[in-house]
Design a protein around this ligand. Structure first.
Ligand SMILES: [Zn+2]
Length: 340
């Protein structure tokens, strides 16, 4: 039903009015991984889809570096149709698959690095914790997984769709737990699933090497920002631990790249993940920071809670155009007001 409504809006051209209304607001896109094929996971955009999206940006928007866009926003001198592209976490496919496309279309991008991920820290076997849970569920031969004793219930794993659904549910629960409890539950999942990692998952969810991170920073289209050490939800840590996660990721990047790091992206990045204390620590160490709160940015935006539009695997080009116009955000806000 939703798809039919969106298609009607697209073919009626109504979305073009929204693109025009929002033309002086800054748009920041958020990607994670780009993959050869569609894995059925929202954060992995198929390469073919990504190529079409970047081609559309090149022809219809003013793609700028994030630093440039934020400066223009501060000075209230934003050109019409400004957009910046960002990637979170630091996946290897950002360098090997996405960057050649960005270069072909002359589009700058900022990659926010989880430093423990690039360091291949042992804690989650060298993966981002949310990916690690998916990898464990996908790699085991179990038809179901019982986590009732961990306060989570029982999950069917018979099909790939069930694996994805179980991962989404488990991650949603763990995002609300204190970090230490989250680590214990992930340990239990690893023990119960056997810890097998499929070769294709190892590739799809692998981090960049430090050499790739340095090469992106040196490239005139690339820049690097910080995204903590272990990708925790910062509001689930005590303040000292949160400060360590924020500061240590910056220091390690500065040391490895031998250049200042001024941009930060909050892991998960929803408004409830970003307390005033966290913002204070971030503003003491960076010049701006990005949330995942969906929307546009105008001159009145808080520079330590910049909004982004997340781009997922469910956005063929027509849907991508609608999303960037702002009409989908508008309709979602209307729907949530209506349900109040
Ligand atoms: Zn992230």
């Amino acid at each position: 039903m939703k798809k039919i409504i969106f298609q009607l809006i697209y073919y009626s051209g109504l979305w073009l009015i929204f693109r025009y209304i929002n033309r002086h607001k800054a748009l920041i896109l958020m990607y994670h991984g780009v993959t050869h094929n569609d894995l059925g996971i929202w954060t992995r955009v198929p390469l073919e889809q990504f190529e079409l999206q970047m081609s559309y940006l090149e022809k219809n928007y003013q793609a700028q570096s994030l630093d440039e866009l934020v400066n223009q926003l501060k000075e209230n001198k934003l050109p019409s149709g400004s957009v910046a592209v960002t990637f979170d976490d630091g996946y290897e496919n950002n360098a090997s698959l996405a960057f050649p496309v960005l270069q072909r279309h002359h589009i700058p991008a900022t990659i926010f690095i989880t430093t423990g991920f690039v360091e291949r820290d042992e804690l989650y076997n060298g993966f981002i914790w949310t990916d690690f849970i998916y990898i464990l569920l996908n790699g085991c031969n179990l038809s179901s997984l019982d986590l009732s004793d961990q306060g989570l219930g029982k999950f069917n794993l018979g099909t790939h769709e069930q694996v994805i659904a179980a991962n989404v549910q488990i991650c949603a629960h763990l995002k609300c737990c204190p970090d230490s409890e989250k680590q214990n539950i992930i340990k239990a999942i690893k023990e119960r699933t056997g810890g097998t990692i499929r070769a294709e998952d190892r590739e799809s969810f692998a981090p960049m090497s430090w050499e790739q991170v340095c090469n992106i920073q040196k490239n005139k289209l690339g820049s690097i920002g910080a995204h903590t050490v272990q990708h925790p939800i910062l509001s689930r840590l005590d303040l000292h631990e949160a400060e360590q996660e924020i500061v240590q990721s910056k220091l390690m990047l500065q040391q490895k790249l031998n250049s200042p790091i001024n941009a930060f992206a909050y892991p998960n990045g929803c408004p409830q993940d970003i307390s005033n204390e966290i913002v204070r620590i971030v503003s003491d160490n960076f010049t701006y920071a990005l949330s995942t709160d969906p929307g546009f940015n105008d001159k009145d935006i808080n520079l330590f809670a910049l909004r982004r539009l997340g781009i997922g695997n469910d956005m063929p080009l027509w849907h991508f155009k609608l999303h960037l116009s702002g009409i989908i955000i508008f309709l979602k806000r209307m729907a949530s007001y209506a349900s109040l």
